[in-house]
Design a binder for this molecule. Structure first.
Ligand code: ADP
Ligand code: MG
Length: 361
């Protein structure tokens, strides 16, 4: 049986527009069948990198391999990839079946084969029976599924998607994220998704490559990026966090005059920041202290009730305002003292990560 997917190897890819370097010596390996997300702020080079994979942008230098094949000099239609974009460019007055069959007619498939493939892919995207509907009669989510069906109808070994869900409202977007992920698991093609939405990236990906200014800042699984960011940029881009400045003295990290307990591998080798994630902090009122925790003194400033959880803001003595998320099902809402009371933030040393300061520049 032919394999359903191909690995992608990107080597030393550089793309400049005049003086602007959109991609700077980018290297990335994507495994066969992997769901890889390119995540980064606007202008970081995500679309450019995807267009290099698709063949619409030719870099000044570098190599792109699909499996054993160098594709850098190939045109988009020679690359055999499926593609889906934010403005999905369906033909509005034609039927669903005509739209989805389009890439197969280009490939000169027979009428019978096209009809069978369209039927099969419609069931994959849960639109069985919609063959003869006009695109203009469909909801936003249904159009999205038709665009997806068209991208995968010829069973590409590689699927490229650029912000495919960003035009949808939040509920539909979350539903489509689950469906896209499910479809990826059923069809098994190597998938590269571009998004600027960190939650979408965390939800959908096997791994995430975070881009910044045309460079890859970190590549890792969702949980490793979230729990073990290496730099302040990554920590601030994925999830909420507050940062406390840390200096190293004889190899020991200090916050102000306070030495910090940090698990092995949790400390950077240079000055940086301690990352405070809201869900990893505890609000402590008693003077009981445990040695495997770091404590930061402050006062209770505000409590925001948010339904299933609440957010407690603590003003540290040093002036920083830090958010703590508390689940309410433990019945702990009653244990908080009145606002203005002295409290401390507790952070287990295993959750104490010091990241490099790369926020400037
Ligand atoms: P992203 O998708 O992450 O928002 P892009 O890859 O679209 O970023 O763009 C990266 C950088 O390259 C941006 O500074 C953008 O303005 C620039 N850029 C992209 N395409 C072109 C182009 N055709 N001509 C000139 N500059 C471009
Ligand atoms: Mg883009």
């Amino acid at each position: 049986m032919a394999s359903k997917s191909l690995p992608i190897s990107i080597r030393s890819v550089t793309k400049t527009y005049g003086a602007l370097a959109a991609l700077k010596d980018v290297n990335l390996d994507i495994k066969s069948g992997e769901f890889m997300t390119l995540l980064g702020p606007s202008g970081s080079g995500k679309t450019t990198l995807l267009m290099v994979l698709a063949g619409f942008v030719r870099p000044q230098s570098g190599s792109v391999m699909f499996g054993e094949e160098e594709v850098i000099a190939k045109s988009p239609h020679e690359r055999g990839i499926g593609m889906m974009f934010q403005n999905y460019a369906l033909f509005p007055h034609m039927s669903v079946a005509t739209n989805i069959g389009y890439p197969l007619r280009i490939r000169k498939w027979s009428r019978e084969r096209i009809d069978a493939a369209v039927d099969e892919v419609l069931s994959t995207v849960q639109l069985s029976g919609y063959q003869s509907r006009r695109i203009s009669e469909l909801s936003g989510g249904q159009k999205q599924r038709v665009a997806l069906a068209r991208a995968v109808v010829f069973k590409p070994k590689i699927l490229l998607m650029d912000e495919p869900l960003s035009a949808l409202d939040k509920n539909l977007r979350e539903l489509m994220q689950l469906e896209l992920r499910g479809m990826h698991e059923r069809l098994g093609m190597t998938t590269v998704l571009v998004t600027h939405d960190q939650r979408e990236a965390l939800t959908m990906s096997d791994r995430i490559a975070v881009l910044r200014n045309g460079e890859i800042a970190q590549v890792d699984t969702s949980s490793a990026l979230y729990n073990a960011p290496t730099t302040a940029f990554i920590a601030s881009f994925l999830g909420e966090s507050a940062f406390l400045p840390v200096t190293l003295r004889n190899g020991v990290p200090f916050y102000r005059e306070q030495p910090l307990a940090v698990a092995d591998g949790g400390a950077a080798l240079a000055d940086g920041f301690l990352v405070l994630r809201p869900e990893k902090l505890e609000v402590v009122t008693t003077h009981e202290r445990q040695s495997e925790y770091n404590y930061f003194e402050g006062s209770l400033e505000r409590v925001l009730f948010q339904g299933e959880s609440s957010v407690v803001f603590v003003r540290l003595i040093s002036g920083e305002l830090v958010a703590v998320r508390r689940q309410l099902n433990e019945g702990n809402s009653s244990t908080l003292p009145p606002t203005g009371s002295p409290v401390a933030l507790g952070l287990h040393k295993n959750d104490s990560r010091i990241v490099r300061d790369d926020l400037k520049g």
